[in-house]
Structure formats: C-alpha cells, structure tokens
Design a protein around this ligand. Structure first.
Ligand code: ADP
Length: 287
C-alpha cells in the first residue's frame, strides 16, 4: 500500500486546503502562508506538485501579460487581403483555432478569425467571402496588465484571447486563457498543441535552450538567481548582458554558466547551449 508520510491517515481523505491548515495556528501574512506550504511539503502532508500549484497562485497575482504572452514574431496571423482558403490553410498548418488578422503589418491587428466561424462558409467560393465579414473584434490589453486581472476580464467578456499592445500602440503579442491556466497548473498539451522543447539535454552536460524560454524557468532549472528587470526571456537576458545580439558560435559566461550561441540572426537569438561552470571558473559576464 502507498504511504503519504506522516499525514497519511488524514491526507487522502481531506482536501488540499484542510490538510494544510489542519492543527496549525492562524497565519497572518502571505509569507507565513508560503512558509506553511513549504513546511507541509517537507512533512509530506502535501506532495511537491500540490506545493508548486499553491505557490503559483501567489505568483499569479504578480505576473504581467508580457511575461507569458506569445511574442508578435511567433504569432500566426493573416492579412486582411487573405482569402478564406488562405486563412484555413494557416489554421490547419499551425493547429491554432483563432487567427489574428492584420492590416498592412502585424503591428495593426484589426480582427480575429475563429476556425468555427469559417464553417458556415464551407463550399462558398473565396471571391464571395470578405475576411472582414468573418472577423470578430479583438480584445486589446496593455502588455503590462496583471494576468490575474486579465483572467477576470476573460470571464466577464467571455473571450479567450487578447492581443497585447506596447506603450506605443504596436502589437507585442497574444495571450489566451490556456496561457493563464498553465501558470497555475503547469504545461497543458491539448489535442492540437505542438510539443515544444524549451530545454533539451545534450551531450556532456550541455543543455540546448530555446531563447524564448521564460528567464525565471531558466533560472529555476539551473538553480541560479538572475535579477529580472528589463527582460523576460533567456534571449532578452543575454542580449542585455552583452548590449548587442551575440554572434553565431559566440561563447560567454554568466551567472555561473557557460553559454554558446547555436542559432541566431542579426536581430534575435534562437538557441543556445548552456552548461554549469565548474565552481572555480569565472562567473562574471565574459565574451
Ligand atoms: P489553440 O488550441 O487554438 O492553439 P489555445 O488557447 O489552446 O488555442 O492556445 C494554445 C497555445 O497556442 C497558447 O500558448 C496560445 O498563446 C497559443 N496560440 C493560440 N493562437 C495562436 C496564434 N494564432 N498564433 C500563435 N500562438 C497562438
């Protein structure tokens, strides 16, 4: 029979919250509550996953849209000039069921096309359907909006996607309700999601890192702390450290890690190889 540790007599029968509070004094601050979650995890009253989920709820209140959105450069969009068949092709190729529509450039999103709205045009020749007739009005939010707030707005407006805009009114990315829920429950792979590897273990202790990876997830993975002020991603961190986009095969060390550029172009870093440095090696940024 499985044992849940010291709490086993009650843990399986009580809800997560009652297990946490059972027999404990009242907590008076968020910090105390977080400490209690850690203690409960150590005592085996709740398991690691439950602990992580509870901690994510606290972080949820602090996280901004910008930190979790799909950046504009990765958005699958269509132009207002596209035909319904072209939009359908984009939906099929990407597996996404909602496609933002732009006028001129992706900085000017003017609508959203939902796959299900296209069904009624099944068999209708392209020239008889205007993209504008199929579009829904986008819901724009500032990229700095707190995701807790956005979740409430998604609920009241009954929409599941928002277009994030920067302070100049340009498009910074998109975010859906799935992205918000993932912040609490971890990665959700739905039937159509393409499995993406952000961190892949390679030979001799090297790890291949997708530079779009959130910097906090990266820091957690390597057990380091990276002060996060001006960037949200691994790519943003490295470009900030160097003051420019690193070159192909360029090597650097930072925060106790050795980093080598594997894939980049003149504007973005795509992939880097990373490995922890032996303890006595230089840890200041170097290139
Ligand atoms: P879908 O199932 O249509 O992809 P979800 O809301 O389940 O929509 O989102 C799954 C992931 O795909 C999320 O990370 C979301 O931000 C992203 N996503 C949704 N639509 C697009 C799109 N048009 N372009 C790029 N990423 C998208």
């Amino acid at each position: 029979m499985d044992s849940d540790g010291p709490g086993e007599t009650v843990s399986s029968k009580r809800s997560l919250i009652s297990r946490l509070f059972f027999g404990r004094p009242r907590v008076r601050s968020e910090e105390e509550l977080q400490e209690m979650i850690n203690a409960s995890e150590q005592e085996g009253i709740i398991n690691e996953e439950e602990g992580e989920m509870l901690h994510s709820i606290f972080e949820f209140g602090e996280t901004m849209v910008r930190e979790i959105m799909v950046p504009r450069t990765d958005m699958v969009c269509c132009s207002t000039e596209a035909t319904v068949s072209e939009i359908l092709k984009a939906i099929i190729a990407s597996g996404h069921s909602r496609i933002p529509v732009y006028q001129g450039t992706t900085d000017r999103i003017v609508g959203l096309v939902y796959a299900k709205d296209l069904l009624k045009f099944w068999g209708v020749p392209d020239e008889e359907v205007q993209v504008q007739a199929v579009m829904r009005t986008p819901f724009f939010v500032p990229e700095t909006k707190k995701i807790e707030e956005l979740l409430k707005e998604f609920r009241t407006r009954r929409v599941h996607m928002a277009i994030a805009i920067d302070e100049y009114g340009g498009t910074s990315g998109l975010v859906t309700i799935e992205d918000l829920l993932e912040e609490i429950v971890g990665d959700i792979q739905d039937e159509y999601d393409l499995e993406e590897e952000w961190l892949t273990t390679k030979e001799e202790g090297w790890i291949l890192v997708d530079c779009r990876l959130n910097i906090e997830d990266f820091a957690d993975h390597f057990g380091i702390s990276i002060p996060k002020e001006k960037f949200d991603t691994v790519g943003g961190w490295l470009v900030d450290l160097l003051g420019r986009v690193p070159l192909q095969d360029e090597q650097m060390t930072a925060s106790g890690l050795a980093v080598t550029v594997v894939e980049c172009d003149e504007r973005t870093l795509r992939k880097v190889r990373v490995r922890p440095l032996p303890l006595n090696e230089e840890t200041e940024p170097q290139c």
